[in-house]
Design a protein around this ligand. Structure first.
Ligand code: SAH
Length: 379
């Protein structure tokens, strides 16, 4: 049942099932009403004391999820070669800001910079800036990058990175940014909210009517009762900032994430713990919370800021065009069978259609006139 603001429980109601962050959220709901899904996500992931990213390294087999750079060094190496090619196509700007959004353990950047040793001028021109909210992951990044002799500068937001030509990389970053959800109810779009049910547990509900988002895509026109529409103002804001900088100061961005190429209806909010899907409301701050990335919306934002857009292209064809198989061959040459099998499995994992190859998409955003590999004519 949908909780209404009036259903807030008295403070003495026993709610033993809520964890520390759950109690904090419940108090906030009692004080100011249900949260939008976006506010709920933002608190769960970024609460300064209890947020998911604040207290742990969630990556890897012992964590909650595995990302492409953690699957194989080949991923970061190919991204590194992409960066060099784009930097050269842009006329070798010096200096330029090499920016990674949400660098996780710093593995992608470490592998990219190691691969970039083939072009010392690139490394000499690059000023490394990392945008990261997690103190735990910042520490991992510091260690990993020290191993390739780099000392980055950290930022909480892209806005504080100095204005200069920029190359931006974002792998599995946009999926962690909050989304708002709207539910089709009684012939209108109403915000989906997180409130409290009569037992004092967190529960999804339907908020006040009236569509706050003016921009309803065409696909949403014939929506049936109960349909869900997602928008991510946070993602739009970050992409607008990226594209604006590219337009003003030059060069490009590479966005890799899971999501859809065209706006579609549907609930993509998902929660993962130890590599399995769990209830997004069950254990706030203790589980990963993401949503699929709307690449059509990101592309539209980038174009509206005057940048050129390429893709989205599926990750499989992207990596194969950049030379994944050749790289795997060189990496495995003369090594034992076990390692060669491991490399083969990594290629399959990164590029295979049933694995990361089709769900994950790649979007390149560039200054007008610059065509990044491996894209053809501008879309
Ligand atoms: N890119 C890495 C990590 C992906 S996990 C990889 O591919 O392995 C998401 C990353 O984004 C983490 O580093 C997380 O701490 C960071 N992050 C999440 N929300 C953020 C925000 N709002 N601002 C900056 N970084 C954020």
């Amino acid at each position: 049942a949908a909780p209404a603001r009036s259903e807030a429980r008295p403070m003495e109601a026993a709610v033993p099932q809520l964890n520390a962050l759950g109690l904090k959220i419940a108090d906030r709901i009692r004080e100011t009403g249900p949260l939008s899904v976006a506010d709920f996500m933002a608190v769960c992931l970024g609460d300064p004391d209890l947020g998911y990213y604040m207290r742990r390294d969630p990556l890897g087999l012992s964590g909650d999820f595995v990302t492409a750079p953690e699957v194989s060094q080949m991923f970061g190496e190919l991204v590194g070669l992409w960066l060099i090619e784009v930097w050269e196509a842009a006329g070798r700007p010096k200096p330029f800001a090499l920016v990674e959004l949400g660098p996780g353990r710093g593995t992608l950047m470490r592998d990219a910079l190691r691969a970039a040793r083939v072009r010392p001028e690139f490394l000499a021109a690059a000023k490394l800036h990392l945008v990261e909210i997690s103190p735990v992951l910042r520490a991992r990044q510091r260690e990993q990058l020290a191993s390739v002799g780099e000392v980055p500068t950290w930022h909480h937001r892209l806005a504080t990175v100095p204005k200069m030509p920029v190359l931006v990389v974002a792998n599995e970053f946009f999926d962690a940014l909050p989304i708002r959800q709207f539910v089709r109810a009684g012939g209108e779009w109403r915000e989906r909210v997180v409130g409290l049910d009569t037992a004092g547990r967190l529960a999804f509900g339907i908020g006040p009517g009236g569509l706050i988002e003016p921009d309803v895509p065409a696909v949403a026109a014939g929506a049936e009762e109960g349909a869900i529409l997602e928008v991510s103002p946070a993602s739009t804001a970050v992409m607008a900032e990226i594209a604006h900088r590219i337009r003003e100061n030059g060069t490009a961005a590479l966005v890799i994430d899971y999501g859809y190429a065209r706006t579609a209806l549907g609930d993509t909010l998902q929660s993962v713990r130890r590599h399995a899907y769990v209830d997004p409301l069950a254990d706030p701050g203790e589980v990963d919370l993401t949503a699929h990335v709307n690449f059509e919306a990101l592309a539209r934002t980038a174009r509206s800021e005057g940048a050129a857009v390429f893709g989205p292209m599926e990750q499989g064809p992207f990596l194969l065009s950049l030379g994944l198989v050749e790289r795997a061959g060189r990496l495995g040459a003369g090594r034992d069978t076990a390692l060669q099998n491991e490399i083969r499995a990594a290629v399959e994992r990164l590029a295979g259609p049933d694995e990361m190859g089709t769900l994950f998409k790649v979007l390149a955003v560039t200054a007008p006139g610059l065509t990044p590999p491996p894209f053809g004519p501008r879309t």
